[in-house]
Design a protein around this ligand. Structure first.
Ligand SMILES: Cc1cc2nc3c(=O)[nH]c(=O)nc-3n(C[C@H](O)[C@H](O)[C@H](O)COP(=O)(O)OP(=O)(O)OC[C@H]3O[C@@H](n4cnc5c(N)ncnc54)[C@H](O)[C@@H]3O)c2cc1C
Length: 375
């Protein structure tokens, strides 16, 4: 079997793998990316908020300036300034990064399926179905540890959505419905979001925080009733469907890192445990990690203990039903501006600002959650 040697080998060419590859490529080091899929279709659509310009503004499919939020109160067409809510189609992201990386002689994009990895004293070896590889350092976005929900805080955020196209203008393309909690919560945390990309097109999706994962077709009747009950859009057709699962967990992914193997992306615990938002964190943590590696520092892109504690508290409150996600987000959006909420969720607030926002949360359930095991 042919053997290929690299300075950095990246396993998985998704959001994290390609972002890290793009950053490391500038060093001139020999980089390999092993991805089993062709990645030339739109396998997901990422939405995220961002202040000002972003590195992927050239491929932003749509952006919104205003938001709606519905829970006990309705917040309608609130300005997100200075933030924008943005949508990037993964197909555009993969195409942009593939094109950029293909022009570089030091980057090798390999379509192969990784079967096993082994860490030796001075290098790491990787066996693929087609070839084997060695590298001084492995950046791994494909490893998924077995997480036992009875030992670690773990909630799956699972979702199903329809990209709908209406016959007549029915949507306001400047306004994203970020969360609509008016639906029956069924003892869980459930909300819809509606992301219109034109007056006649929108993604209508339900997200559920629960470990009872549904089959893709089980979301269909929920979406149909929501459109019927809350959106007066007249006749429409379903252009596309999407579904997926995002892990929301405080599992210590970093314990699997070694001197030569660093887990990145979802495999590195880069998904925000209390909200499931991941895409922008993946971009930010990729940049942070690349800078540390190129500066010869020991890689560490962990959140601060304070932010970890807050994520744990929010997750416990939701998981143990001390407070529903509806109550938590209701108090966040009800008492703070969208910009303050985004800053809080992005871990950019000062401790004082965090305390102010936390003190606007339902105090009893969150205090119970803070002191409940595991701390
Ligand atoms: C449908 C969906 C929608 C999402 N929407 C949002 C959103 O709107 N906003 C947000 O912030 N987050 C969102 N997320 C969460 C998160 O941003 C994405 O999951 C993101 O794509 C994670 O990037 P990653 O690189 O960690 O993993 P992935 O993108 O899953 O990349 C891993 C790559 O590894 C490859 N791979 C796996 N096994 C092997 C193997 N054995 N050999 C070789 N290659 C392998 C896979 O093919 C894949 O390309 C969404 C997730 C999903 C699933």
């Amino acid at each position: 079997m042919t053997k290929h040697n690299f300075d950095y080998l990246i396993l998985g060419g998704g959001a994290a793998g390609l972002s890290v590859a793009s950053g490391l490529a500038k060093s001139g080091k020999k980089i390999g990316i092993i991805e089993k899929e062709s990645k030339n279709s739109n396998d997901r659509t990422w939405s995220f908020w961002e202040k000002g310009a972003g590195v992927h503004d050239d491929i932003v499919h749509h952006k919104w300036t205003h938001l709606n939020f519905y829970a006990s109160k309705s917040i309608v067409r609130e300005d997100m300034d200075p933030y924008r809510y943005k949508m990037v189609r993964s197909a555009d992201f993969y195409k942009k990064l593939h094109t950029e990386l293909q022009t570089l002689d030091n980057v090798h994009y390999i379509q192969d399926e990784v079967v096993s990895t082994k860490e030796e004293k001075d290098y790491v070896s990787v066996n693929g179905r087609l070839a084997s590889y060695t590298s001084h350092m492995l950046l791994d976005s494909i490893f998924r540890p077995e997480i036992n929900p009875s030992e670690t805080l773990y909630v799956a955020q699972h979702f199903g959505g329809w990209f709908v196209k209406t016959e007549k203008p029915a949507f306001d393309p400047t306004t994203a419905t970020l969360m609509d909690f008016r639906i029956d919560q069924e003892g869980e945390t459930r909300f819809f979001y509606v992301l219109p990309t034109s007056e006649t097109e929108a993604l209508v999706e339900i997200a559920i925080f629960s470990n009872d994962i549904l089959q893709p077709e089980e979301y269909d009747p929920m979406i149909e009733s929501y459109i019927e009950d809350y959106l007066s859009i007249g006749k429409y057709e379903i252009a596309e469907k999407e579904s997926g699962v995002i892990p929301m967990t405080t599992y210590p992914f970093h314990k699997h890192n070694t001197d030569r193997i660093i887990r990145i992306g979802t495999s590195g615990g880069w998904v925000k445990p209390s909200s499931g938002y991941a895409f922008k964190r993946i971009l930010e943590k990729s940049e942070e990690l690349v800078n540390q590696l190129l500066d010869g520092k020991k890689p560490n892109v962990e959140s601060s203990p304070w932010h970890k504690w807050m994520d744990r508290t929010m997750l416990k409150a939701i998981l143990y039903n001390y407070a529903s996600g509806k109550d938590a987000f209701d108090s966040l959006f009800g008492k703070s501006s969208p910009a303050e909420v985004f800053q809080f969720l992005d871990e950019e607030n000062t401790t004082l600002e965090n305390l102010r926002i936390m003190s606007s949360s339902p105090i009893v359930p969150f205090t119970r959650a803070a002191f409940a095991r595991p701390w």
